[in-house]
Design a protein around this ligand. Sequence first.
Ligand code: ADP
Length: 424
Amino acid sequence: MFKKYLYIILFIVAIIGLSYVQYQYFRIGLNLAGTQFNENMGAAAKDIKRELQGKNELTFLVGSAISKNDLSFRLSMDSIQDASIYFMDEFLQDKLLSHGIKTGYGFSLYEKDSAAYLSSKDSFTNEDKLLRYPIILEGYLPDLLGKRLTLELQFENVNRYFLSQLNGLTIPSIIFLFIIIFVIVWVYRAFYLQMNLITTTNEFINNLTHELKTPVFTIGVATKILEEKGREDEKELISMIRKQVDKLKGQIDKVLELGSIEGKRGFINRKEVDLKPLLSEFSSNFEQVSKLENFEFTYDLKGASYEVLADVYHLENAINSLLENARKYSRERAVINLRAFKEGKYLMIEVRDSGIGISADDLKKIFDKYYRVSDGDLHSVKGYGLGLNYVKRIVHLHKGKIEVKSAVNEGSTFVLKIPLLKND
Ligand code: ADP
């Protein structure tokens, strides 16, 4: 659960981090665009200043318009004024374009502290935010008027212009960021749905096998009694039923174990439970089996309750595996003891037998998948070598530990340590 949130938090942090980095790049981009604009403007201003220095058609027309001299033209003063605004605009536009400046602009030609002589017709909505580039004119025009003349270029919304220049980068980066978010959310959703499906399927398998166990156990006990007390001519039939029931019982136990081999996690579903009543019922059932099957089983469950976080199906199955092993790996009549008690923050479940025992070398390997201790060249007892591996995995998924003590011919003791919800 914690890991799930950790992934989500990491993902959100990464996206915020990535967006912040993008934003910083974007700001750097804007600054660069600004610097480039200033450089281009500087070069354009130099060009404009140089071309307006001498006497040419444009400067003559503008000169006539601002000195209100209509002698050279057969036109009204207003028309001369309009024509000079028009040609000045054409001239400036051409200069700006040739320096890579494509944004809208306005201009104003004025003498310091007096009304403008000429102004472009563009009206700006927000005069305060205008970016102004004054060019102090030299040569023909100021000389004609005998005054200092300034040609001011004005730009509005330069930031929007810079943005439009960066659009080639910002829009794709925003799109890619959204694609990343979309894909990750989509994958996560698919994964989550899949996990839910696995959990539900496993819960179903666990429930089903558990429900099957009780009737199979009862049929087993009943046939055993019939085998002993039934009519002679029926015995063969009864023994056939019993064999099949035993087989079925073995298969049911394996279903749970095999299910756990496929998926690493997700097959276990822990809930808060009191294991005491479950262990009592389980032990008393096993005691009945021991009487019928002629082996010795004793149990001792200390304390009033065992509050733990557990998947009861799998934990019960794990204990069952230990008990079955204790039974299987005994040469003579098996003597098995099950004990449960609390020790510190753990519930200890101990299965002790007086069987054949395990050598120190084998002890290191018995929890490996498919490992079986060989008995000479043959295996005299049937098995897949999966039981103890399963038990170990279940115990680890319960955040517990498994310990084993054994010596050849001296029996074995397996201890499961399952964390308690409350310490005593
Ligand atoms: P399986 O019983 O199917 O062979 P397990 O994983 O349960 O597989 O056990 C692995 C091996 O450990 C067994 O083959 C057996 O040799 C040994 N073993 C397990 N439990 C005991 C026991 N209680 N006493 C002696 N040997 C055991």
